[in-house]
Design a protein around this ligand. Structure first.
Ligand code: GLN
Ligand code: ZN
Length: 759
């Protein structure tokens, strides 16, 4: 029996975000092309060195990128959108970053979520162009590892099925042309690796864990039959992650030499499949047993039991022990954190600590008497200590979650009755105008906040500054004649951190960055204890703004599901229970706002949709508790109090029902970019509650004309009644500059006024 330790992939952002800084310096023209290549090479080598020193048997190459790995794969095959006017041959850095970020002549390619993670990749565009192998960068990385460290690394490539599936621009007919053109290029990349001495080659196929119909399974079979026939000498590890493998029996029979399965997120179903169908005896089984998505130290005793069970059920002769997916989704190392509660810190494992776990577990199952016995008991002690931590033992909150009853989720009256009551109480005009919450976070706002955080400014000076900025913007909104105002969110850095710092149970790191897209990183908070409301979080700022004006000022909160989905979450409680704790805390805040005289309260849920499970059959369960959590946070208000919510992008088609189930009186959503789609989905599924359609895109500095916005509104009125219709931008305005914001809002208000005349 052979055990091998490896990882599917490792973060590239750099301990001190040096990768990000290098890219951005190049974009600002502060680095020459030669410099960026040299610095990136240094980063790449340092991270290989690190992985080797942490004891992995096989390390992976090809998981490093200059921006995004889907984009790398696309340009490797010459899939550069025509608008970039690329002439063939090696794709230069200017073109590469052009596709990623847009340039003066052409807009960037679209970006979208990588499966159910918070990472976003560049969507490849197929426009019927002739495909070609522009450069085998994976081979270059493989040779680099050989030259620098004398090792035979495992090259990784995004597999052909997943790559095709995520490329846009073809229909069923051209899909075949596309795949037929693509496969020989994949074969060439793989053959060159084999010729250079590569042993195992990892093909990442996360699409194989989504729901696959019969035709799709057939397509996968054809792809792999053709591809492997073209490269008979290659040893291919077909790597899946994020869920259990679909069509297990058919797909484990593919003509590859190894199959990688996720035994964390797909544990139940993959184990069940092993039990039921066994495992092909001629293949290596790569077992993802260390969670690549969370930040918690693993219970190594449990993991070794899992490995033993996998070994027994599969009868595999060789098992790879690895993370459940690439470690790119977790920060690099806990060693850099100096301020965390030691009990918490000791129970954390980021990428480096996870690599140590992988190598220790491998040694442990290999030879039972290894010194890792100690590591195993240490992991259990660390987990036990966190479990006993007072922050995890707030009985009052735990009981409150257990005592939730069905009535707690429901408003007193139904929507129709509330609508009449609210209209009477609020007396808003037809097509009320409003914004989503934030106003521009100018350099001055950011500078002042950061000085205050560094204790260079007193609390009073900072509070006065925030008040002045709020007052100025209340004035601007009145001047613009907006109907429902906002305070502007000048006191907030971020939608989750602001609340997390005021609730119990949250911890914040110093360096725990993960890439969200391109060079952009996020530093998610850690929910490690029971979440409880201690003091009002938003009442002071909101009430201050309300007292400045006779118009209504909306209270502004981040919803429970968004707080959950944008944090690293404790794993000793169900996600549902954690979300209910957050919801109960927000419920208190909602009540405090109402008691302070705030008549309209918005609870944002931009991340509700992104938490949807990968398989549609699991959506119902997720939507059940997430919708309930939202209702729990909002339902206790009086009928007169108007509850709003906001979601950014919303593929509306399959989502109208859950949105309606939130029972929010008004929802504001993005529409300006997906306008036609929204109209047609509303045609088929009438929506009855208040709805604010984003009439302009806030992601661009462009100021759309009044006519442009008016057209969107008029079209929307074909599928919505005039009494439910609100007018607002697509999302918050914090990233915009003041002049364009004021100009665009002026057009928006004018368009609403014109529309009132027309109906
Ligand atoms: N209220 C938030 C804002 O305006 C909402 C942001 C979001 O949806 N992402 O900034
Ligand atoms: Zn938004």
């Amino acid at each position: 029996m052979t055990y091998t330790s490896t990882a599917i992939g490792y973060p590239y952002i750099g301990e001190d975000r040096e990768w990000k800084k290098t890219l951005e310096a190049f974009w600002r023209n502060e680095l020459s092309e030669e410099d960026i290549l040299k610095t990136l090479k240094d980063i790449r080598i340092a991270r290989m060195d690190k992985q080797l020193s942490l004891g992995l048997d096989i390390i992976t190459v090809g998981d490093f990128t200059y921006y995004d790995r889907m984009l790398d794969t696309a340009v490797m095959f010459g899939l550069v959108p025509k608008r970039f006017d690329w002439q063939g041959g090696k794709v230069d850095l200017q073109t590469y970053y052009g596709v990623a970020r847009g340039n003066n002549n052409a807009v960037a390619s679209e970006m979208t979520k990588w499966f159910n993670t918070n990472y976003h990749y560049i969507v490849p565009e197929y426009e019927g162009q002739a495909l070609q192998l522009t450069e085998n960068k994976i081979l270059a990385d493989f040779l680099e590892a050989k030259e620098v460290f004398g090792i035979t690394a495992k090259p990784t490539i995004i597999g052909p099925y997943t790559f095709c599936k995520l490329t846009k621009g073809y229909d069923k007919i051209s899909q075949v042309t596309f795949i037929l053109a693509l496969l020989p290029l994949y074969a060439q990349v793989i053959q060159e690796l084999v010729d250079a001495g590569a042993q195992w080659i990892q093909l990442e196929e996360p699409s194989l864990v989504t729901t696959l119909d019969e035709a799709e399974v057939k397509l996968v079979q054809e792809i792999y039959t053709q591809l492997t026939a073209a490269v008979p000498k290659a040893k291919i590890m077909l790597q899946t992650y994020f869920e259990s493998l679909s069509a297990y029996e058919a797909l484990t029979a593919l003509p590859v030499q190894g199959i990688g399965l996720d035994f964390v997120h797909g544990y139940d179903k993959n184990m069940e499949a092993l039990r039921q169908f066994g495992f092909p005896q001629d293949k290596v089984l790569a077992a993802g047993v260390i969670n690549g998505r969370d930040i918690w130290r693993a219970n190594l005793a449990e993991v070794s039991t899992t490995v033993k069970a996998i070994e027994q059920l599969s009868g595999a002769k060789e098992i790879w022990i690895q993370s459940s997916c690439s470690l790119q989704h977790v920060p690099i190392t806990t060693a850099l954190e100096t301020k965390l509660d030691p009990v918490l810190k000791n129970a954390l494992a980021f990428a480096d600590e996870k690599l140590v776990e992988i190598s220790e577990i491998t040694k442990y199952v290999q030879e039972k008497n290894h010194a890792t016995n100690k590591t195993i008991s240490e992991s259990m002690k660390a987990i036990e200590a966190l479990k006993k931590h007072p922050v995890r033992n707030n009985k009052a909150i735990q009981n409150a979650v257990q005592s939730v009853v069905p009535e707690d989720f429901e408003r007193q009256k139904d929507f129709k009755s509330r609508q009449t009551i609210q209209q009477e109480a609020l007396q808003l005009p037809l097509f009320p105008t409003t914004t989503i919450g934030s106003f521009p976070q100018s350099d001055e706002v950011k500078r002042t906040r950061s000085a205050w955080r560094k204790k260079q400014l007193s609390d009073e000076v900072y509070a006065t500054f925030v008040e002045e900025e709020t007052k100025r913007w209340i004035g601007i909104q009145e001047e613009l004649d907006i109907d429902v105002l906002v305070h502007g969110e000048f006191e907030r850095t971020d939608m989750v951190e602001y609340f997390g710092e005021k609730l119990t149970g949250f911890a914040f790191t110093e360096k725990a960055w993960v890439v969200s897209y391109g060079s952009r990183g996020v530093k998610p908070p850690i929910i490690y204890g029971d979440v409880a409301w201690e003091t009002p979080m938003t009442v002071k700022e909101t009430a201050y703004a309300q007292n400045l004006t006779n118009r209504y000022v909306k209270g502004m909160l981040t919803g429970p599901v968004t707080i959950l989905n944008w944090s690293f979450v404790r794993d000793d409680l169900s996600r549902k229970d954690v979300t209910y704790q957050i919801a109960l805390a927000l419920r208190k805040e909602v009540e405090a706002l109402e008691a302070a005289g705030i008549a309209i309260i918005q609870v944002d849920e931009p991340a509700l949709r992104e938490g949807l499970p990968l398989r549609k059959e699991n959506w119902g369960e997720y939507l059940d508790w997430t919708v309930k959590a939202f209702k729990l946070s909002t339902a206790s208000v009086k009928d007169e109090t108007q509850i709003h919510t906001h979601m950014c992008y919303c593929e509306f088609n399959d989502f109208i029902e859950p949105i309606s189930a939130l029972d929010a009186d008004v929802i504001s959503i993005e529409t300006s970019r997906s306008h036609g789609e929204l109209i047609s989905s509303l045609q088929n599924n009438p929506y009855e509650k208040g709805i604010g359609l984003g009439v302009y895109d806030i992601h661009s500095p462009r100021v759309p004309s009044e006519e442009e916005m008016l057209t969107i509104m008029q079209d929307s009125l074909q599928v919505l009644t005039k009494n439910q219709f609100w007018v607002n931008p697509d999302c918050g305005l914090k990233t915009r500059k003041e002049p364009e914001t004021v100009a665009a809002l002026a057009h928006m208000v004018a368009a609403a006024k014109t529309l009132r005349q027309q109906v």
